[in-house]
Write a protein that binds this ligand. Sequence first.
Ligand code: COI
Length: 332
Amino acid sequence: MKIIAYGIRDDEKPYLDKWSDENPDVEVISTSQLLDESTVELASGADGVVAYQQKPYTNEVLDKLGSFGIKFLSLRNVGFDNVDAEAAKRNGIKVSNVPAYSPEAIAELTVTQLMRLLRKTNIFDRKQINGDLTWAPDIADELNQMTVGVIATGRIGRAVIKIYEGFGAKVIAYDVFHNPELEKRGIYVDTLDELFAKSDVISLHAPATKDNEHMLNAETFAKMKDGVYVLNPARGSLIDTDALIKALDSNKVGGAAVDVYEDEVGIFNTDFGSFENIPDERLKNLMKRENVLVTPHIAFYTKRAVKNMVYFAMDANKSLIETGESDKLVDL
Ligand code: COI
C-alpha cells in the first residue's frame, strides 16, 4: 500500500517518519509541496492521499486523483470547507479529517488572548520598552465578572467553556445542536440575538458554512453590548472585516483577538520581512490597534496537536485503503 503525504512541514516530518517506522506495510512518500494542479501528478500510483493546506482542493485536482483511481483523501486538520464537495463526490473520493487533534490547544489560545486583552498586557509591554512603568489609563476588566457568549458547542466550544468557567465567568451558548450535558445545565440561549444582547465577550467556535459567512456584520455588531470583546479562533469568513473595523472605530467593539482572517490564505505563515511589506491593508489596520490581537492561525500549533494531526490522518487513510471505512469520514 502506498500513501502520499502533501504539504509536510519540517515540524511534521519527525512524526511522519515515526508513523512510517511503525507501519512497515505502508510505503510513505512525502513532499513539502501542497496539493494542486502542478503537483497532483506525484500522486499517480498511490492508494491514498494525506494533505493539509488552506488553499482549495479544486475540481481539477480531484478529477485528476479520480483518474488515478485514488478514492481516499485524508486531511490532517478539522476544517474541510476548502474541498470541492461536488468534485469529490463525482469522483467517488471519500474525505476524512482529524476532528479532535487537540480542542484544548485552540481553547487555551482563545482564553490566553482574551486575558491579554482584558489585562492589557500588550499595552504594558509596549509602554515599558519606552521606560514607562505607569498604570493609568490602562485599567482592566475581570473575566470572573463577565458573561461569555460561546457560539457553537462542538469539541472546541466545550473545551473553552470549561476554561471560562474555571475563571468564574458566566457562560451562555448558542448552537443548533444542543449538547445534552450543557443543555441540562441551562447554558443555551434560544437565539443568536439573545446571545449578542447578553454577552460581554463573544467567542466564536463554529465551522465555516455557506450559511454563516459574515455572521458578525454591521447588523449583528449593532445588537451587541457597547465595548464587547470578540474572539475568533475559528474561521475568518465568520467576521465581516470591514464591519469589525468600523465597530472598533466606534468603540462598539472594545477589543478583538483574531487567529484567523478572511483573506489569510497566502498571508499567514509567510515571512514578509517587514510590517510594511505585508500586502493587506485591512489586516495591517487591525494589527496596528492596541486593542486588537492578531495571530497567524496558530491556535492549533502545539506539539501534541501536530503529532495527532499526522498520526490520526495517516491512520484514517490506511484504514480507508484497507477497509473503505474510517470513523473520521466527513459528510461533504
Ligand atoms: C483546522 O484544523 O481546520 C485549522 O484551522 C488548523 C489548521 C490551520 C491546521
